[in-house]
Design a protein around this ligand. Structure first.
Ligand code: HEC
Length: 206
């Protein structure tokens, strides 16, 4: 499983996090740190929602541990690691397989291009430090970056969060404000490999 290249073909269902959490549970993993007692009630509820919402499945880099792959909680919710730099995602074979992801569970390549999970920690330059609560609520409701920008790409399941109550989204936000800031600059998404290789220019792989 731990290859030297960053990409491994993975069986993932775009429905999102359930399959990843189930895989960890099968291996006896308990993703997520114990509940933090120093948090106030709102942030504590947010911590609970983040845990059952599977945010760590994609926003915390996974690594191989003694009992199999698990999220590295020392980098909790810091998004796709800026280092090491990844090679370009492999072109997919024809057929029903449509997505690849890295062993870290943080970079995904499919028909939409390549996406990298955001740094959700309060770091001002590389995380959500400069976001407002409103930006967060609108992003989760509208599926647009910061609530109004470009479309948020798969496999971010924002549409599952869209019907959440204001108080639940505010609780998640309060929790995300309370976690340690981690400096990690996540790359911007890349365009679709197949579309890019079909365009005139350097020969593509398919
Ligand atoms: C299946 C993987 C996956 C899961 C689970 C997931 N995310 Fe994401 N998330 C992503 C990806 C990939 C991106 C980057 C998308 C992009 O660049 O358009 C992202 C981006 C984001 C962003 C930035 C949106 C923006 O406006 O730029 C926020 C905030 C976010 N996720 C919050 C969450 C929260 C909170 C949870 C848990 C409830 C969660 N995510 C669960 C994959 C996931």
């Amino acid at each position: 499983m731990k290859g030297k290249a960053g990409w491994s073909i993975a069986v993932i269902v775009l429905a999102g996090s359930g399959s990843l959490t189930a895989a960890a549970a099968e291996q006896g993993q308990k993703p997520g740190a114990p509940p933090s007692l120093k948090l106030g009630p709102t942030a504590r509820r947010g911590e609970y929602l983040v845990r059952i919402g599977g945010c760590n499945d994609c926003h915390t880099p996974w690594e191989m541990g003694s009992q199999g792959p698990a999220p590295d909680m020392s980098r909790m919710l810091s998004g796709h690691p800026e280092q090491p730099e990844l090679p370009t995602a492999p072109a997919l074979p024809s057929g029903p397989w449509s997505v690849t992801m890295t062993a870290t569970h943080t970079a995904f390549s499919g028909p939409w291009g390549t996406s990298f999970t955001a740094n959700l920690t309060p770091d001002k330059e590389t995380g959500l430090g400069n976001w407002t609560e409103r930006n967060f609520l609108e992003a989760m409701r509208n599926g647009r970056h910061l609530g109004r920008g470009r479309l948020i790409l798969p496999p971010m399941p924002w549409f599952n969060l869209a019907p959440a109550t204001d108080s639940d989204l505010k609780a998640i936000w309060a929790y995300l404000r309370s976690i340690p800031a981690i400096r990690n600059r996540v790359p911007d998404p890349l365009p679709d490999v197949a579309a890019a290789s079909a365009a005139p220019g350097p020969a593509g792989t398919r």
